[in-house]
Design a protein around this ligand. Structure first.
Ligand SMILES: Nc1ncnc2c1ncn2[C@@H]1O[C@H](COP(=O)(O)OP(=O)(O)OP(=O)(O)O)[C@@H](O)[C@H]1O
Ligand SMILES: [Mg+2]
Length: 420
């Protein structure tokens, strides 16, 4: 019989769980203090622990750590009030499976969560996750940090929390945002990307909030803004770090209250859109330099997902190379069949400043330009081979007929040719 521990200082919660879970055939133990919890954790092993985040003599995070130390296979669900969602999320980053907000208004969801927790040992490497990620265009390899990140994104997708995605250019911030959207109940509703750096300051307000007829010359009918179009969907605020201070102030207001007024309008409107923001600048530094509002940063920074750059996950590079090679050659009469192992070594050592986007572009160029079955080191552009740490690899293979020079030189032309 599956054993569940419930720790909550409210007696009613304990009684509720005893009743609910016993009826479902589980063996339930309830305790109301951190001290009792620690005693019982030391003495018994549980399959699942439901921990209140705030206890009079302790807290859920401390208990979580203790549980994971003594029995790492015990699943943990954190119970939290609205005000402590951020701590609950950090508990998830420390090994809790999930969190649920009190009061529980959907018992069905609670039961599902518990049944799920008891039926899995780990979300991390489940095939379903790889498939769901792939549907959004994310290919996952062996890198544990990436697997954890995507697992976390998937688990958090159903919650309405704001997500901040950080990562260098081309690391997949937008695909990750779409993945979160697709995994949530909002997936059937619109996903609206807005590039905060690209929209001019003047336009931004009417783009975001819409306008009413007569708001300004040329406004001859009402127009919906993104906050209305994305209501019940997801608004993706890309390059949020580039938003001007006055735009930041306007955004803060909607994020705090969910309310806004269209340009030229009087009536306040409400939006229920979920916000996912992305940035390739380190926002805490921008806050420090007063280029970014601290209050907006706190609003956005409930859950921050940092996508590691490609050079920090070289073990995934061979997988990406093969995947995109297949994708670009499938069904086409192209000569290229694969990468020579030495070529893969060089590409794994390259820094990839443009990350996955750069890798995709390179593979696409190579398969179009090279007409030999194997991609050899000599086919690679100079800048890729020029890396310090691959000098010894390249010298072994630096033979005649090097097309790298042409490659660099005519890259623009080729790209033009590739546009389908
Ligand atoms: N893990 C991945 N698997 C497969 N494709 C990926 C992955 N990560 C990124 N990509 C692809 O790389 C390209 C760049 O991704 P995306 O536009 O999401 O990056 P970004 O971080 O938003 O970049 P930027 O900061 O320049 O806007 C896209 O074609 C995307 O599909
Ligand atoms: Mg982007």
């Amino acid at each position: 019989m599956k054993k569940i521990l419930v720790v909550d200082d409210e007696k009613e919660i304990c009684t509720f769980f005893s009743y609910l879970l016993k009826r479902k055939g589980y063996d339930v133990t309830t305790v109301q203090s951190g001290r009792e919890a620690l005693n019982i954790i030391a003495a018994e092993k549980f399959h699942l622990a439901m921990l209140d985040l705030k206890l009079p003599d302790s807290d859920g995070l401390t208990l979580l750590k203790k549980i994971k130390e003594t029995n790492c296979r015990c699943q943990v669900i954190i119970m939290t009030g609205y005000s402590t969602v951020k701590s609950a999320i950090s508990a998830m980053q420390n090994g809790a499976l999930d969190y649920i907000e009190k009061p529980f208004d959907d018992i069905g969801e609670l039961e599902q969560l518990i049944d799920h927790a008891l039926s899995t040992t780990s979300y991390a490497r489940d095939g379903d996750l790889l498939e769901m990620a792939a549907e959004s265009g994310i290919i996952l390899g062996e890198n544990q940090q990436m697997l954890q990140l995507i697992g976390m994104a998937r688990r958090i997708a159903a919650k309405n929390v704001t997500v901040l995605i950080q990562g260098e250019t081309g690391t997949g911030k937008e695909v990750l945002a779409r993945f979160i959207h697709n995994c949530s109940k909002r997936g059937v509703n619109p996903f609206i990307p807005i590039n905060c750096a690209a929209i001019s300051e003047n336009l931004l307000e009417s783009e975001l909030f819409g306008y009413e007829k007569g708001a300004f010359t040329g406004a001859n009918k009402d127009r919906k803004g993104f906050f209305e179009i994305a209501s019940s969907g997801t608004l993706f605020l890309d390059e949020i770090g580039e938003a001007s201070l006055s735009t930041q102030a306007k955004l803060l207001r909607v994020l705090e209250t969910g309310e806004y007024i269209p340009v030229g309008g009087e009536k306040v409107r409400r939006t229920d859109s979920r916000i996912i923001a992305a940035t390739n600048v380190i926002l805490d530094e921008a806050v420090h330099n007063r280029a970014f509002r601290q209050d907006l940063f706190y609003r956005l920074d409930v859950l921050t997902l940092k996508i590691p750059p490609l050079r920090e996950r070289p073990e995934d590079i061979p997988l990406y190379l093969d995947y995109f090679l297949r994708r670009f050659t499938e069904g086409k009469e192209l000569g290229v069949r694969g990468f020579a192992p030495e070529t893969v070594d060089i590409l794994c050592a390259y820094e990839w400043p443009g990350n996955v986007r750069e890798l995709i572009n390179l593979v696409q160029k190579l398969v179009t330009v090279v007409d030999e079955p194997l991609l050899l080191p000599r086919h690679l552009p100079e800048k890729v081979k020029r890396r310090k740490n691959v000098d010894d690899i390249t010298t072994n293979f630096d033979d005649s007929g090097n097309i790298a020079g042409i490659f660099e030189h005519d890259a623009g032309l080729w790209v033009d040719r590739l546009v389908e």
